[in-house]
Design a protein around this ligand. Structure first.
Ligand SMILES: C[S@@+](CC[C@H](N)C(=O)[O-])C[C@H]1O[C@@H](n2cnc3c(N)ncnc32)[C@H](O)[C@@H]1O
Length: 245
């Protein structure tokens, strides 16, 4: 499923890089995971939880530990990522399935039972604005009453001052994490030199299309979700959600 022919596409090699470097480059990763888990409402036995672009499965594992009687569906465009997630969910012992998909397509957005929670971390920015608005509408249509859509993602800065701030905050976070993990700043230099800080060059990679937090919350509201709220924001990475009334 991962496109290896398109030069700008996410590839299995990109997946491996993200697995290797995520611990350094994802701001306050543990806080992100804990925050997403904490805004999922208590799940009845058998509740369906869907993760869109699950990556290596760190969030999936935390959700499965919190809701071991849920049924977890893991979706991603990378087999490397799905295999890693499945291994983690097997270890927790939660009922689960996984499927390759392309987030931009719509065929995967129909589920046999109403969904208790859709979660997605660091992936919705691969859709353009109309694509995100349509995604939120499609997910809202599949939710059980009281169910939630929880998104963690890069968001677009509205002014140059905001862009510069988030660029600096992200660099600072990577510098701190590199010191904690390795006791040196080698990974900070790699982060900068390899162009990982989106806010240093927002137009550099066409697969990255963050939208403003304001727009995304509005699109959730227009999709019929209520109590649309932001729960955390650091270095341009935001966690926000909406609930089906
Ligand atoms: C930045 S990683 C985030 C992974 C994980 N959610 C996390 O937060 O650690 C982006 C994920 O989106 C997946 N992905 C990228 N483009 C995709 C696409 N067009 N369709 C489906 N999955 C895609 C990648 O395979 C990867 O797992």
């Amino acid at each position: 499923m991962t496109d290896t022919t398109h030069p700008d596409a996410w590839t299995e090699e990109t997946s491996q890089h993200f697995i290797d470097y995520g611990a350094y480059f994802v701001p306050e990763r543990e806080v992100q995971v804990e925050t997403v888990v904490s805004v999922i409402p208590p799940a009845p036995d058998g509740a369906v939880i869907v993760e869109i672009c699950c990556g290596e499965g760190l969030l999936a594992e935390a959700i499965a530990r919190q809701f071991p009687k849920a049924v977890f569906h893991a979706l991603d465009g990378s087999k490397t990522m799905l295999d890693s997630t499945a291994a983690k969910l097997d270890a927790v012992g939660v009922e689960h399935s996984s499927a390759l998909m392309d987030i931009a397509e719509t065929g995967w957005r129909n589920f046999d039972s109403p969904v208790h929670a859709f979660v997605s971390s660091l992936a919705v920015h691969h859709l353009d604005g109309p694509g995100k608005a349509q995604l939120f509408k499609d997910l809202a249509g599949q939710l059980a009453p009281g169910g939630v859509v929880v998104i963690c993602d890069l968001v677009e800065a509205q002014r140059d001052a905001g862009l510069k701030l988030w660029e600096r905050h992200w660099d600072t976070g990577v510098a701190q994490r590199a010191q904690e993990l390795d006791g040196n700043d080698k990974m900070l230099h790699f982060f900068r030199d390899d162009g990982w800080n989106y806010y240093s060059a927002p137009d550099a990679d066409p697969i990255d299309m963050p939208s403003s937090l304001f727009d995304q919350m509005r699109w959730m509201s227009e999709a019929g979700l209520v109590e649309v709220d932001v729960h955390w924001l650091k270095a341009g990475h935001a966690i926000f959600s909406g609930r089906k009334g």
